[in-house]
Write a new protein. Structure first.
Length: 762
C-alpha cells in the first residue's frame, strides 16, 4: 500500500456523521486532494496517509485514504491553523492567534496540563479554559484509540465505528474477542474479523472462531431467505467453510445453543438450527397470529349490510362474493390470486362494507409504489407498512429493542378496527413481526397479494407459511375477469406451467435474438421506439433477471443513459463509487429513507413539505451542485428531494431494474431481455413476476428456448423456514390449554367459584 506525507492546509468538506472528508494536503510543494473517512483531522497537522491514487471524472486525480498516522503540528502558524480548525469548541481564528502568541510551542502542553493559564488571555474565562481542555483531551483520546485499532487491521472508518460502539476500551475488547466486530461494526463480516484475529494470534481464538463461523453461515443463509437450516446441512457447510473436521463444528454448535445465540428445534422430525433473532421473530409472529385469529373483532358487521352491498355490485361472481364474506367476517384472512382475478374488486367491496359498518380501516403495502397503486385502485389513503407503523429515529432512542424503530407496537397499537396489507408476498419476517406487534386483539387483519410471485427479499416465506399453517381462512382466486389480452392470459399459463404462443400479435410480443449482443442491440432499438410512444418515460421499463453481463441491469443502464441523456457541457456530473450520475438521469431509490425531506415542485414548500422516500421510488436528477455537494431529484414528477453527495449510495440508475426491484410496481410497457442458457436461477415464478409487471404491453427479446426452460423450471427457490410449524405449535398449545380447562370444569363443578376466589385473592 502506498502512502503520502505532508501538512493539511484546508478542509474542503467534512460530513460530521460519517467522517467523510475532502481536504488539501501540501507535500513537497504540491497540493494534493485527499478523500476518505478521516476523523478528527485539522489544518496544520503533519500526516501520513495510506491508500492509493484514483481519478475522479469531475475532480481529477485524488488520493483515496484508507489509513493514517499523524503528529501534532509544530510552529506557530501550524498550531494556530490546528486550533482554529473547529474541533475544539470556543476557539476561533482570533482566539487561536492570542493563545499561540502567548504560549508558542508550549500551547498543547498548557491546554493539556495547565488549562487554568488559558484564563490569562482576554476573552477566555476559567470555565471556557476547562472546556477547551476537556475537548482537547477527548480528541486526543479518540485519536489514540483510532491509531491503535488501525494497527490491529481496521480501516479508519471501521475504527471510528468501533470507537462509537465500545468507547475508549475498544482495543482491549477487540483483542479479547475480535469476532465481536461482526455484530457491532457495519461492514465487518467473518472474513475481515478473522483477518484481524490472525494478526492478533488466531490460535487463542479457536473456539470463538468456530462459533463465529457457524453464525456467519447462518447469516448468509438468512441473506438467501432462509430463517433456519437443517442441522446436518449447517454442520457440513460450516466445516467446509472452515476446512475443519465436522466434530469441531458440532462442539462449537453446542456452545452457541447453550449461550442462546442460536436455537434448535425439531420440525417434522428434522433437527433445525436458527439464529436466535430469526427464531424469536417467527415464534412471536405465530403467537400474535394465533391470538388475532381467535379474537372477537372489535367492530361487528351485520349480515344485512354485507348482503346489501353485494347486491349492489351486479358483476360479482360467486367466488368473489365468498371472498368478500370471508374477509369481512374473519378476524384474520388471506386473499391471493394472479392478475385479472378481481382482487381489487373484492377489496373495494370489503372497504364499502367496513365504511357502512363504522369499521375504521387502514391500508398499507411493503413499498411506496405498491402503496401508491393501492391508493389509486381504492380511492383511499394507503401507506407503506413502515410509515403505517411510524418508523422513525426518535423511537429508536426510547428502546434498545431490535424493533424499536417502530413507534407503533404492543404498547402503542394502531388505532384501527381493520388493517389490509397488499402485496403481502413481499413481506419478510421482520416486517411482519413489526406489523402484528401493533395489532391489538380484535383488530382484523386482511392479507392480499399473489402467492405465486417471488418471495420477499428479506428472510422468510411469510405469506405461503401463513396459508400452509391454516391459522386463518384463505381464498385463492382462479377465475380471470379482467380483459388483459395476452399478457394476463400468458401470465396464468406460465404460472400453470403451460406453453405460451410467443408469436401471436397483440400486447404480448416476442422478438427472437440468438445471443446477448444481438438481444442488446434489439433492446436499445426497441426502447428508442417505445419511448416516443410512451405517455410518460417512467411508464416504459426494462426489467432484467440479472445485474451483470451484456443484458444485465448495469450494462443496459449505461447503454441507454448514453443514448437518452448523453454528456453535454452544461450538464453537471458526480461520481459515487462505480456510478456516474448526470443531470437528467433516471434513478431509483434503493433503500427506505423515512426521514428524507421532500416538497412538491412548484408549490409552496411550507404547505407541501413532508418526509419519506421509499425503496422503488423512481425519479430524475434535476440538478447537481458541486459547490454545495448536493443532488436534487424529482420523484414521480412532483416530489423534490435533495441528497448530499455522500448519500448517493441510496440511489442507482433505473432505465433497467431487476425483477426483484420491480415487485410491487406496474408499468404500461415492459421490455424483458431473456437470452440465457439453462440456469436453476431462471425459474417459472421469476418469469411470472416479470410478466405481471406489464399493464399494456410486454416485449420479450431473446431465445425461445430460454422462455420454455423458465416455464418448465418449477423450482421455487427453496427456503427453509419455520413460521408455519411455529403457528401450528402455538395453536396446539392453546387448544390443549382450552381442552384442559374444559376437563377441569367437568371434574370440579365448583370451578367457577374457585376462579372467583382466586380473582378476589389477586
Amino acid at each position: 500500500m502506498s502512502y503520502i506525507e505532508g501538512t493539511v492546509v484546508d478542509i474542503i468538506y467534512r460530513n460530521e456523521h460519517n467522517s467523510y472528508t475532502v481536504l488539501e494536503l501540501e507535500t513537497e510543494g504540491n497540493l494534493i486532494v485527499c478523500v476518505g473517512s478521516i476523523p478528527l483531522i485539522q489544518p496544520g497537522e503533519y500526516v501520513r496517509f495510506y491508500g492509493g491514487y484514483t481519478t475522479h471524472k469531475n475532480y481529477g486525480r485524488q488520493f483515496k485514504v484508507t489509513g493514517m498516522e499523524s503528529q501534532m503540528p509544530q510552529g506557530d502558524e501550524s498550531i494556530c491553523m490546528f486550533l482554529a480548525g473547529g474541533l475544539i469548541r470556543g476557539i476561533g481564528e482570533s482566539t487561536a492567534q492570542k493563545i499561540v502568541e502567548m504560549f508558542h510551542e508550549e500551547t498543547f502542553s498548557v491546554i493539556e496540563n495547565k488549562p487554568e493559564q488559558l484564563a490569562k488571555i482576554k476573552g477566555i474565562s476559567a470555565r471556557a479554559a476547562m472546556k477547551i481542555h476537556e475537548d482537547f483531551i477527548r480528541m486526543q483520546a479518540v485519536r489514540g484509540v483510532v491509531m491503535q485499532l488501525q494497527k490491529m487491521g481496521l480501516t479508519v472508518k471501521e475504527a471510528m465505528i468501533a470507537y462509537e460502539a465500545y468507547g475508549s476500551g475498544a482495543p482491549f475488547l477487540i483483542e479479547k474477542n475480535p469476532y465481536r466486530l461482526m455484530d457491532d461494526v457495519k461492514g465487518i463480516g467473518f472474513v475481515k474479523a478473522d483477518r484481524i484475529a490472525e494478526k492478533l494470534g488466531r490460535e487463542q481464538y479457536v473456539s470463538l472462531r468456530t462459533q463465529s463461523a457457524i453464525r456467519y453461515v447462518l447469516s448468509r443463509a438468512m441473506q438467501s431467505g432462509h430463517t433456519c437450516l437443517p442441522e446436518t446441512m449447517l454442520i457440513r457447510q460450516s466445516a467446509q467453510f472452515l476446512q475443519v473436521d465436522e466434530q469441531e463444528v458440532v462442539e462449537g454448535l453446542k456452545g452457541l445453543i447453550a449461550s442462546g445465540y442460536v436455537a434448535e428445534n425439531n420440525y417434522n422430525a428434522v433437527r433445525a438450527v436458527a439464529d436466535s433473532t430469526a427464531f424469536l421473530t417467527e415464534s412471536y409472529i405465530a403467537y400474535k397470529l394465533v391470538g388475532l385469529s381467535k379474537a372477537v373483532p372489535k367492530m361487528q358487521v351485520s349480515q344485512e349490510v354485507i348482503e346489501r352491498v353485494l347486491a349492489e355490485e351486479k358483476m360479482l361472481s360467486d367466488e368473489q362474493k365468498t371472498a368478500v364474506r370471508m374477509a369481512v367476517t374473519s378476524p384474520v384472512c388471506i386473499i391471493t390470486g394472479g392478475p385479472g382475478t378481481g382482487k381489487t374488486t373484492i377489496l373495494n367491496q370489503v372497504l364499502k362494507i367496513f365504511e357502512r359498518s363504522g369499521v375504521v380501516t387502514m391500508l398499507a403495502a411493503p413499498t411506496g409504489r405498491a402503496a401508491k397503486r393501492m391508493e389509486s385502485a381504492t380511492g383511499r389513503q394507503a401507506k407503506t407498512i413502515h410509515r403505517l407503523l411510524e418508523y422513525g429515529a426518535e423511537a429508536a432512542e426510547e428502546s434498545e429493542s431490535d424493533f424499536s424503530l417502530f413507534r407503533r407496537d404492543e404498547d402503542h397499537p394502531l388505532e384501527a378496527d381493520a388493517v389490509i396489507i397488499d402485496e403481502s408476498s413481499m413481506v419478510d419476517i421482520f416486517l411482519m413481526r413489526g406489523l402484528v406487534a401493533a395489532l391489538e386483539p380484535g383488530t382484523r387483519l386482511i392479507l392480499t397479494g399473489d402467492a405465486d410471485q417471488l418471495p420477499s427479499v428479506g428472510p422468510g416465506n411469510v405469506l405461503k407459511d401463513i396459508i400452509a399453517s391454516k391459522v386463518a381462512p384463505s381464498t385463492v382466486l382462479n377465475e380471470v375477469f379482467r380483459s388483459g389480452g395476452n399478457i394476463v392470459l400468458n401470465a396464468h399459463k406460465v404460472n400453470e406451467g403451460e406453453a405460451v404462443d410467443l408469436f401471436r400479435a397483440g400486447d404480448f410480443v416476442f422478438i427472437p435474438a440468438d445471443n446477448a449482443d444481438e438481444a442488446l442491440k434489439t433492446l436499445i432499438s426497441c426502447y428508442m421506439e417505445q419511448i416516443k410512444l410512451a405517455k410518460s418515460p417512467e411508464q416504459l421499463q426494462v426489467i432484467c433477471p440479472v445485474k451483470k453481463g451484456t443484458i444485465g441491469v448495469h450494462y443496459i443502464n449505461r447503454q441507454l443513459r448514453e443514448r437518452l441523456n448523453p454528456r453535454l457541457m452544461d450538464k453537471q456530473e458526480v461520481s459515487f463509487g462505480e456510478n456516474l450520475f448526470r443531470e437528467g438521469d433516471k434513478v431509483m431509490q434503493i433503500v427506505n429513507n423515512y426521514n428524507k425531506s421532500w416538497y412538491i415542485a412548484g408549490a409552496s414548500a411550507v404547505l407541501t413539505r413532508s418526509e419519506g422516500v421509499y425503496n422503488g421510488d423512481v425519479g430524475r436528477i434535476e440538478r447537481i451542485c458541486p459547490e454545495e455537494r448536493t443532488v436534487r431529484i424529482l420523484f414521480d414528477e412532483e416530489r423534490v428531494a435533495e441528497y448530499a453527495f455522500d448519500e448517493l449510495n441510496e440511489i442507482e440508475h433505473a432505465y433497467a431494474i431487476t425483477v426483484h426491484k420491480s415487485q410491487g410496481s406496474e408499468f404500461d410497457t415492459v421490455i424483458l431481455p431473456l437470452c440465457y442458457g439453462y440456469s436453476d436461477f431462471l425459474t417459472r415464478n421469476l418469469l411470472y413476476t416479470a410478466i405481471t409487471r406489464a399493464k399494456k404491453k410486454l416485449i420479450i427479446i431473446g431465445r425461445e428456448s430460454t422462455v420454455r426452460n423458465m416455464i418448465d423450471n418449477a423450482k421455487v427457490s427453496l427456503r427453509y423456514t419455520a413460521l408455519d410449524h411455529e403457528i401450528k405449535k402455538e395453536r396446539a398449545l392453546i387448544e390443549d390449554a382450552q381442552s384442559g380447562r374444559r376437563l377441569f370444569r367437568e371434574e370440579i363443578p365448583q370451578y367457577d367459584d374457585l376462579i372467583d376466589i382466586f380473582s378476589e385473592g389477586d
